[in-house]
Design a protein around this ligand. Structure first.
Ligand code: IPM
Ligand code: MG
Length: 371
């Protein structure tokens, strides 16, 4: 298989985690005789520094012509506390989502027994948690009309949804539920918002075509509570842009580390894959960030190419590192491995260089030779 991948390393720890995902993709390519070519492009604070704009036209052009985009992270503290900044790194990501029509952001939430102690939730609540959030990504308040009055004393962000915007992501979410435990939960605020009432109406209409899926509805405030109280009740959660942004960060802490979760943003053409963590500027360049979010995003990218066996192998390798305590500093602040070492261990595992049943002591030897 021949595929063109645009790589946007982005800001902060983006470059170092993305490099590990590329190592793993290279190992997959070598094993399976595939050819992945990478085109490196700019976006975010990095792009503002180098070109004056958070999303240069060349990046959009390259992304539109690619098979997939692997993205690192976006954001820089120098913009976060400056509400007057006219140009912001995040504008790059929002514009890329819109340009590529990446209307569905998909975030699986899985728990790892080896990491249960890091979760703020009790072990009993964590058992069997396995759900996936479908967040609408190119509509709603994020992309509505924005205005500040001339005297600066009033501001407005419009929230609009069309039936078509709701339907296209709803079909994806229903189909995903059919392949899972056949439950779909629409999260909205239909007791207050007109847009939410449209979501409910459209979803109820579509439900007839997916009669094997059990559909239920939750108001977003209640959903925020239920995700913590009883997360195993969820299978597929479908929601609009802003609610999805908030709930997916909330859900991400369930697993014990934000550093582990991947995401996919899909639309009509090329899809984009990125870890859900931010740019974590304090760790940038130190080789301590957790690369699993990026590596597991590469696994989602392979799934998107139909390479399910290869994607499964990467997940197996990631589990194997966690079970054997080959973890980064966010997971074990005392006995930790470096970002690059985890990348090497996983690419070696995927490349068949580490047998699955190898003894821990042998890897300890290996550790001393790598670090
Ligand atoms: C996310 C992020 C973005 C968003 C930011 C960086 C614009 O929080 O992908 O969830 O709000 O969508
Ligand atoms: Mg977010």
């Amino acid at each position: 298989m021949q595929k063109n991948i645009v790589v946007i390393e982005g800001d902060g720890i983006g470059p170092e985690v993305t490099r590990q995902a590329i190592k793993v993709l290279d190992a997959v390519a070598e094993q399976g005789g595939h050819e992945f070519t990478y085109k490196y492009c700019l976006m975010g604070a990095d792009a503002i520094d180098k070109t004056g704009t958070p999303l240069p036209d060349e990046t959009i052009e390259a992304a539109l012509n690619s098979d997939a985009i692997l993205f690192g992270a976006i954001g820089h503290p120098r913009y976060d506390n400056d509400p007057t900044a006219k140009v912001r790194p995040e504008q790059g990501l929002l514009k890329l989502r819109k340009s590529l029509q990446l209307f569905a952001n998909i975030r699986p939430v899985t728990t790892y027994p080896a990491l249960q102690h890091l979760s703020p939730l009790k072990a009993k609540i964590l058992e069997d948690v396995d759900f996936i959030i479908f967040r609408e990504l190119t509509g709603g308040i994020y992309f509505g009309k924005k205005e500040t009055s001339a005297d600066g004393s009033q501001a407005l962000d419009d929230c609009t949804y069309t039936r078509e915007e709701i339907e296209r992501i709803a079909h994806l979410a229903f189909r995903q539920a059919q392949q899972r435990r056949k439950k779909l939960t629409l999260v909205d605020k239909a007791n207050v918002l007109e847009t939410s009432r449209l979501w409910r109406k459209v979803i109820q209409e579509l439900a007839g075509s997916y009669s094997d899926v059990k559909l239920d509805f939750l108001f977003v405030d209640n959903a925020a509570m239920q995700i913590i109280l009883n997360p195993k009740q969820f299978d597929v959660i479908l929601t609009e842009n802003m609610f999805g942004d908030i709930l997916s960060d909330e859900a991400s802490v369930i697993s014990g580390s934000l550093g582990l979760l991947p995401s996919a943003s899909i639309g009509k053409g090329a899809a984009l894959f990125e870890p859900i963590h931010g740019s974590y500027p304090q760790a940038a360049g130190k080789d301590i960030a957790n690369p699993l979010g990026s590596i597991l995003s590469a696994a989602m990218l392979l799934d998107h190419f139909g390479l399910h066996k290869e994607a499964g192998k990467i997940r197996e390798a990631a589990n194997w590192t966690l079970q054997n305590s080959f973890v980064t500093k966010d997971i074990d602040p005392v006995n930790f491995y470096f970002t690059s070492t985890i990348g090497e261990l996983i690419s070696d595992y995927v490349g068949g260089k580490i047998p699955g049943d190898i003894h821990k002591e042998n890897i300890e030897l290996r550790k001393s030779t790598i670090i």
